[in-house]
Design a protein around this ligand. Structure first.
Ligand SMILES: [Zn+2]
Length: 423
């Protein structure tokens, strides 16, 4: 008999009780949750999580990026560690399930394995990654954990440098020490995350378990077209250098590039500003933001090239200057094939219908997948709604997801040497 043949399931009452207590932390009067990174509510959730880890008789760990873990040693010398996790932070006025569910499910699995006395070939660790939602940096915890975080990223964090410093200090952390959170990836056997889908595919296909095959990459640019400010009534229509024309033409062209050449991809020009921005002055500067997403690495690189070439040819066409600022990206990733197979097998064993899904939203699993074998399990989000108080997943689906997570860990423990293909 192998470990996967053991018909082990989570304790649903304990799981639900924890989830309900956590759902009260940062709850607002309209049924939403506000736990942005290092806010008082987030600190309260972190403290609560720490207490639950200690109550369960697990080791508590924390690092220089504020990632918090519960740890269950397997007893073997130099054994690698298998990670389960997600995040306890939320967007402002978000939902109860995004991130929180994956952390609580991971904790429940460690407790279940511990009380059953199962001998696994790896240590188990449940981790709460800091600032997944990007209040301060975006993926701060998983970037620091994997060593992906750079000093350059900390120069101009998206929530502002001051907010980052203040947030860190509230948790007893410092900017200087953030890079020290890096863990030796050779010691990590794999990473598995349970998360709500935040999209409608499971619902539309009447399936319970989503097996994520790829996670979209995303890139961010700021483009500025530079023209000349002139009197709008006297400068010639033929010769004026109107920066607005550059921004308008690019907005349309970006859409055409995606529709015509990359039909599975997405782009968005979400912000445009004209300067000086007056009725009667030809705009001398037009600044826009561009983001695009693709789940395919080659396509993703080609979109970069196409967008940049097009932005330059438009500048030339309208006799404008152009400034191109690359603000960062997350590469598309493919998730580990052995993990996907065992998620499927685990779901089948539990009589649940599963289907492959490409994730369009980012997750800590995206960071981890570049470093260690990684899997991501989705469960139903009613109407696909997320980042909203209306985010809802029936409790039965939460239990099913946690049981598939447990089954997948057990199945992978039988063959963990096989899945270390670093993909
Ligand atoms: Zn999330």
């Amino acid at each position: 008999m192998t470990i996967a043949d053991i018909n082990l399931k989570i304790n649903p009452e304990r799981f639900r009780k924890d989830f309900n207590v956590l759902s009260q932390i940062g709850a607002d009067s309209q049924n939403g949750i506000s736990r942005p990174a290092f806010s008082p509510a987030h600190q309260e959730a972190r403290n609560w999580f720490r207490a639950r880890i200690l109550d369960a008789g697990l080791q508590f760990k924390t690092d220089e990026a504020g990632n918090q873990s519960g740890f269950l040693e397997c007893g073997l010398n130099n054994a690698p560690t298998f990670l389960l996790g997600s995040h306890l932070d939320s967007v402002i006025h978000g939902g109860k399930y995004d991130g929180a569910l994956g952390v609580i499910a991971g904790l429940e699995i460690l407790r279940r394995v511990k009380e059953t006395g199962l001998a696994l070939p790896f240590n188990l660790e449940v981790i709460d990654f800091t600032d997944e939602e990007g209040t301060l940096v975006s993926f701060l915890g998983s970037f620091a954990f994997t060593g992906k975080l750079t000093r350059k990223q900390l120069q101009n964090p998206r929530g502002g440098k001051e907010a980052l410093e203040v947030g860190l200090s509230k948790a007893g952390l410092t900017m200087e020490n953030l890079l020290k959170a890096r863990r030796d990836m050779q010691t990590i056997a794999g990473y598995l995350e349970l998360h709500i889908e935040q999209g409608p595919l499971l619902e539309q296909n009447n399936a319970q378990i989503g097996i994520v095959d790829r996670i979209s990459g995303i890139a961010f640019y700021r483009l500025s077209y530079l023209g000349k400010a002139e009197h709008a009534g006297t400068a010639s229509m033929q010769n004026r250098r109107d920066a607005a024309l550059g921004a308008s033409a690019f907005t349309l062209a970006a859409r055409e590039i995606i529709l015509e050449q990359f039909p599975d991809c997405y782009s968005n020009v979400g912000y445009v500003k004209y300067q000086p921005g007056l009725f009667n002055v030809v705009p001398e500067k037009a600044t826009l933001t561009l983001e695009f997403r693709s789940a395919d690495k080659k396509e993703f690189r080609r979109i970069h090239t196409e967008m940049i070439n097009k932005s330059k040819s438009i500048a030339k066409k309208f006799n404008l200057g152009i400034e191109i600022e690359f603000l960062g990206e997350r590469e598309p990733v493919e998730l580990n094939a052995t993990f996907r197979k065992e998620i499927h097998n685990g779901a089948q064993l539990l009589n649940l219908k599963s289907m492959p899904i490409t994730s369009r939203a980012g997750h800590d699993a995206q960071t981890m997948a570049s470093f260690v074998p990684t899997g991501l399990i989705f469960i139903h989000s009613v109407k696909g709604i997320s980042h909203s108080p209306e985010e809802f997943t029936p409790w039965e689906d939460c239990i099913n997801g946690a049981n598939v997570l447990l089954q997948t860990v057990l199945r992978l423990s039988n063959k963990y040497t096989d899945f270390d293909e670093k993909k």
